[in-house]
Ligand binder design. Structure first.
Ligand SMILES: [Zn+2]
Length: 200
């Protein structure tokens, strides 16, 4: 309903634009040279306008961006030539979902899945609260922060399936690595990680 009433804006500069990405931003955003580097499929670098856009999306409830982010992510996955049977996401804790009103990575996974015609499946659960990865001083602290923080859902069908795993940002990759490790441990045939933006 809100989408019908509010003018659509560029997710990056907030100027009204029907596609969610204006021509100026398309020219000037920090695109990654290789959207897939063998570790993560991510179209953008996490800096400048991308960082602000993700911050608005993640913390301030401006989730209209899920559409354009999903479109750019789907293109990065296609360029990676990655095959998948299902799409899933890095879940946030119940408390965070409750205060925010939405699970930001699930919304992205929905948007990417729609474009790649992949069924969205809940495979992971957050076991304990983690502090924001962006506030951790180094990669060891990031790894420690997520160790044991996630688990595989008992009702998830994972064995033999090729999985596309979605998160919003790939920082050092500690969170995505941990979730990938769990899915492979549960028998996934392959796991390809995908985010809106990566640190490099
Ligand atoms: Zn723009």
């Amino acid at each position: 309903m809100l989408n019908l009433l509010l003018p659509k804006r560029c997710a990056f500069c907030r100027r009204p634009h029907p596609d969610g990405l204006c021509e100026t931003c398309r020219d000037e955003l920090p695109w990654r040279i290789k959207p897939y580097d063998g570790i993560v499929a991510a179209p953008l670098l996490y800096r400048g306008a991308v960082r602000s856009a993700l911050h608005r999306y993640k913390f301030r409830g401006v989730w209209g961006g899920a559409e354009i982010f999903g479109e750019l992510m789907a293109a990065a996955v296609r360029s990676a030539g990655a095959e998948a049977d299902i799409i899933t996401w890095v879940p946030c804790s119940f408390a965070r979902r409750w205060t925010r009103g939405y699970d930001q990575a699930r919304k992205l996974a929905q948007s990417v899945g729609k474009r790649l015609c992949l069924p969205l499946e809940r495979t992971l659960r957050k076991i304990r609260h983690t502090r924001s990865q962006t506030k951790m001083p180094d990669s060891e602290a990031r790894r420690a922060n997520v160790r044991g923080a996630f688990g595989v859902r008992a009702d998830a069908v994972i064995a033999g399936r090729r999985i596309l795993l979605i998160d919003d940002i790939h920082t050092t990759g500690a969170t995505l690595d941990e979730c990938k490790r769990l899915l492979l441990g549960a028998g996934a045939a392959s796991v390809v990680c995908c985010a809106v933006a990566a640190r490099r």
